[in-house]
Ligand binder design. Structure first.
Ligand SMILES: C[S@@+](CC[C@H](N)C(=O)[O-])C[C@H]1O[C@@H](n2cnc3c(N)ncnc32)[C@H](O)[C@@H]1O
Length: 262
């Protein structure tokens, strides 16, 4: 049945567009403390390899200096904005790759995820700026970042087109947008296994480790509702990105989308 225009999906449920963000916020409020552990358990550590692939693709310039410390002699730091950056994983990895010349900002709508991120950054001695904000209306000026990333975040945002337009707006000319997101498994055999794992094992893990099976059922369902990679690439073009491309990884479990502001 066609969806009423003011409605959207929250996992497999149809909900009013205006309610989705609150429901998403409840999920991440509930899982924030166990989020990083659950990522490792659910993906068998694979999320690390997927995130590393994103960072390798960004390939931040690497001047000499201490990782994550701003060096006054560094003329033009490489400015990264990680949207829906949660507990800071992408920012930490880009700083590790780019060293002293990288300035990383994490923006996320959920204060609980940001709190975990700030504690992790302090533990690592890294200067990462954590900002509470909505991907649909970023609290940053036009053309202020060299790269904008979003990893496993965009499918949670109610108005995806608005988030893409905002990512484009804050990028400098010549800047790159990279989006890592769960995608569509097309490999025969792997698809059935992946479905079984997703709908049975992951909620059970969520119940055992994060005491919240429902939150993880939502995460699995939201993956199934996310557009196929070619459809998402078209949304990126509509937002103004050029040289749009995507790369499937691990049999299509994940796709890395790329676009430039030119
Ligand atoms: C699955 S987590 C991904 C976290 C991190 N990027 C990673 O890869 O580990 C999704 C994140 O999206 C954030 N989020 C959801 N809706 C958002 C919005 N409208 N604006 C900004 N962040 C949002 C959540 O708070 C959560 O931290």
């Amino acid at each position: 049945m066609p969806r009423a225009p003011e409605n959207t999906h929250f996992g497999f449920r149809e909900v009013p567009l205006a309610h989705k963000q609150t429901l998403v916020d409840d999920v991440f409020h509930s899982v924030a403390r166990r989020y990083d552990l659950m990522n490792d358990l659910m993906s068998g550590g694979l999320h690390r390899a997927w995130k590393d692939a994103l960072v390798t693709t960004i390939n931040p310039p690497r001047p000499k200096g201490r990782p994550g410390r701003l060096d006054e002699k560094t003329a033009q730091p490489f400015a990264l904005l990680d949207v829906a950056g949660g507990t800071g994983d992408i920012a930490f990895r880009v700083i590790a790759a780019g060293g002293a010349g990288t300035r990383a900002t994490v923006v996320d709508i959920n204060p609980d995820m940001l709190e975990v991120g700030r504690a992790r950054a302090a533990q690592r001695g890294l200067d990462v700026v954590f900002v509470e904000g909505n991907a649909e209306s970023l609290p940053f000026p036009d053309r202020s970042y060299d790269a904008v990333t979003i990893a496993f975040g965009i499918r949670n945002v109610p108005r995806i087109a608005a988030a893409l337009a905002e990512a484009h707006r804050v990028l400098r000319l010549g800047g790159r947008f990279l989006c890592l997101e769960f995608s569509t498994v097309d490999v025969p055999g792997l698809d059935a296994l992946y479905d079984f794992y997703s709908f049975n094992v992951i909620p059970a893990l969520g119940r055992a480790v994060a005491q919240d099976a429902e939150a993880y059922r939502y995460l699995v369902e939201s993956i199934r509702r996310f557009p196929r990679p070619d459809a998402f690439a078209e949304m990126m073009r509509t937002a103004g990105f050029q040289r749009v491309s995507f790369q499937r990884m691990t049999g299509g479990i994940v796709a890395l989308h790329s676009g430039w502001r030119l």
